[in-house]
Design a protein. Structure first.
Length: 685
């Protein structure tokens, strides 16, 4: 799997900032201009061979270690740059908003200009010395050659709707008809509700097939009630979470505040006595006890009710299917695969495809072993490429020789990933910060990329938002995205679960990787830890932490232990909090340890009632997302109102949205300077 370090991207980002006029002037004041020049020269020399090194590290462990050491120095250099930028912003805030008394008080604090300049001078010199030491080891890898980054992004295919159109799914007509007939006819099971499980490896198109069946007119008319729930591989087969999702699919209600007993009653009121079709998509959990608990609540449906399950696991299929035999989905025949490949590799309406390329494409298709996702991914990779050597690189690539647990699908996705521009690879890896089945907003995702400085134009001739939209289009064209919906000002989509697996694998090796103990850990994701009650004192040792992602921790109290964290410091850039029912107020350590915080998202925290008064004073915050926090009634008061905020996204927070309405809302003046505002998926500004 991926061995990326993204050292090239980090070096490029640092060099761009080192070359900025503002940074050079700051260093001149600090008396470190000569160190700055030597640091930039060393970085430029190393950057020239980084692309070649990152490609060759797959076969050389020493090279991987060397790149890891470089990356750590690059990260520290980036931190220094960010500290400079943060100091400039803080000075602007002081001059604009603070009183004379506060300005005098700040001058005599430890962060006044003289102390700051001295500290920065020592840091820059230290980084330069470390970088020189690591760079000296380059002589061991004398075979590395200088290469230019390929910044070309291919022209993508036209976007599609979020539902699966029959014309987009090739070779599944008979499978669709077989499943439709099984849904509409009585089963051998004596109970009112029976289960049909569709099982097959990832990438075969189980979800797309289920959508075709679900939207078939005969099926729609046959059942009184139709509902669709994506379960995914997380621990969300917990009964309460599933009940919330099912009820939401039936009626659109948000029932997060209800307890389990109330949810069960609400579900029975919706289903009992009605003939329904429930689709449970992408089921992984093999705990039979949990399934039987849910099934018991669904048995009140009218005779002929059906549950359609899609899964990769034969054990899940057998467990959930009861007396019904699973429907085993096979790979597509070669003829249909080749037709699908041609559809994605060439423009529609092209009367004649080059015979030599079609012949090579036929060999590529054979390697895909009948998996549609692999076929589409490689077809889109070769779209608009007409040089035979480009096609041969794919056909003869060594990656096909590697063993993959999902057959050849991960090889195909890996090949497509390897051909991405280096900057897009890093953006793709950051998608792993979101859980599977997450509905992405292009606005939110692009702002996250921007917060990490991933969308800076090397020539300054493009806006970051335009680059981000190009990247979203590129990921879609490579078949990494699905359920795509254009809502006008931005787009909604999901990442295919196998593409999410790849993004997570890349991130674990390149972003989450630890090379010098936990003190060098840059990213931490804490998911589904039901027994976790506090992050202290463990979090104190993660001094290099930049990204903290916390999800579905029912007992976690983030304010626990705050009284004993006076020396607690971090330089967080991104903080994401999902499904934390104990979150009543934001912990004070966010303010103390995150001067560089640029992106914060709070999602499905039903008991969060108030935002701290210091939140609007986070001078580097560029993206703020608040979702499903119904008790939030207003924005907090502060000395200044989000001086750097570029994007403000709010969903399912009715009182807060009411107070933030343009011009008339009581809190509108607090966000009026924000350039992009979205309420309940509608672009306001």
């Amino acid at each position: 799997m991926a061995q990326e370090t993204f050292a090239y991207n980090i070096a490029e980002k640092v060099l761009m900032k080192l070359g900025s006029l503002a940074f050079q002037e700051a260093c001149l004041v600090c008396g470190v201009e000569s160190d700055l020049e030597r640091l930039a020269n060393t970085l430029s020399n190393i950057k020239a061979v980084l692309l070649d090194a990152e490609e060759k590290q797959v076969h050389n462990q020493q090279l991987t270690v060397w790149l890891g050491k470089l990356k750590e120095v690059f990260y520290d250099a980036q931190d220094v740059v960010d500290e400079f930028e943060c100091e400039v912003l803080q000075k602007q805030v002081v001059e604009t908003h603070w009183s004379i008394t506060k300005k005098v008080r700040r001058f005599f604090s430890l962060s006044n200009s003289l102390v700051f300049q001295t500290k920065m001078a020592h840091k820059i010199k230290g980084i330069r010395v470390r970088l020189d030491d690591v760079a000296a080891d380059r002589i061991k890898f004398h075979y590395l050659s200088e290469r230019l980054e390929n910044v070309h992004v291919v022209r993508g295919k036209e976007m599609s709707h979020s539902f699966a159109r029959a014309s987009d799914v090739i070779g599944r007509d008979q499978d669709k008809e077989n499943i439709v007939q099984r849904l509409m006819h009585a089963s051998s099971d004596s109970q009112n509700v029976s289960v049909i499980a569709v099982v097959g490896i990832g990438g075969l198109g189980k979800t797309a097939l289920a959508k075709l069946v679900y939207n078939d007119a005969r099926v729609v008319d046959h059942f009184e009630l139709n509902c669709w729930v994506c379960v995914s591989e997380s621990n969300e087969f917990a009964l309460k979470q599933l009940l919330v999702k099912i009820i939401s699919s039936i009626s659109g209600e948000n029932c997060n505040d209800l307890d389990e007993e109330q949810l069960q009653m609400r579900l029975r009121n919706n289903l009992d006595g009605r003939k329904f079709l429930l689709v449970l998509d992408d089921v992984w959990n093999e705990d039979r006890t949990k399934w039987m608990e849910l099934r018991g609540l669904l048995m009140g449906g009218a005779n002929g009710s059906k549950i359609l399950v899609t899964t990769r696991s034969h054990r899940v299929a057998s467990m959930m299917g009861g007396t019904e035999s699973p429907y085993n989905l096979e790979g597509l025949p070669h003829k249909e695969c080749l037709s699908l490949f041609v559809q994605w590799a060439f423009d529609e309406g092209t009367e004649r495809q080059p015979a030599n390329l079609v012949e090579i494409g036929d060999e590529i298709v054979k390697k895909c072993k009948g998996v549609p996702l692999a076929v589409k991914s490689l077809g889109s990779l070769l779209y608009s490429k007409f040089e035979e050597r480009d096609w041969l690189i794919v056909k003869d690539n060594e990656i096909w020789k590697l063993d993959k647990k999902e057959g050849d699908i991960l090889s195909a996705l890996q090949l497509s990933y390897n051909q991405m521009p280096s900057s897009l690879k890093q953006c793709f890896a950051y998608c792993s910060l979101y859980p599977k089945d997450y509905v992405y907003s292009s606005l939110e995702l692009i702002q996250l990329w921007m917060a990490h400085g991933l969308l800076e134009s090397p020539y300054g001739n493009q806006e970051p938002e335009d680059i981000g939209n190009q990247y979203v289009d590129e990921l879609y064209s490579r078949s990494f995205l699905e359920d795509y919906t254009d809502v006008g000002c931005f787009r909604l989509f999901k990442i295919h679960d196998l593409a999410h697996d790849l993004a997570l694998s890349v991130a674990q090796k390149s972003l989450f990787g630890v090379t010098q103990g936990y003190t060098s850990l840059r990213m931490l994701s804490i998911n589904n830890c039901g027994g976790l009650m506090s992050l202290f004192p463990s979090l104190k040792c993660l001094t290099a932490l930049e990204v903290l992602n916390i999800k579905n921790c029912e007992r976690l109290v983030l304010t626990e232990g705050e009284d004993n964290q006076e020396e607690f410091k971090m330089s967080l850039r991104v903080l994401r909090m999902f499904k934390l029912p104990q979150l009543v107020a934001l912990p004070h350590w966010i303010k103390k340890s995150a001067k560089t915080l640029q992106s914060m998202a709070i999602d499905d925290c039903p008991n969060l009632a108030v935002l701290p008064e210091w939140l609007p004073n986070l001078v580097s915050l560029k993206l703020l997302v608040l979702k499903s926090c119904p008790k939030l009634a207003s924005l907090s008061e502060g000395t200044c109102f989000f001086p750097s905020l570029r994007s403000f996204i709010v969903q399912e927070c009715p009182e807060l949205i009411g107070r933030c309405q343009p011009e008339i809302g009581e809190d509108w003046h607090k966000i009026a300077n924000v350039s992009e505002i979205s309420f309940d998926k509608k672009r306001i500004k």
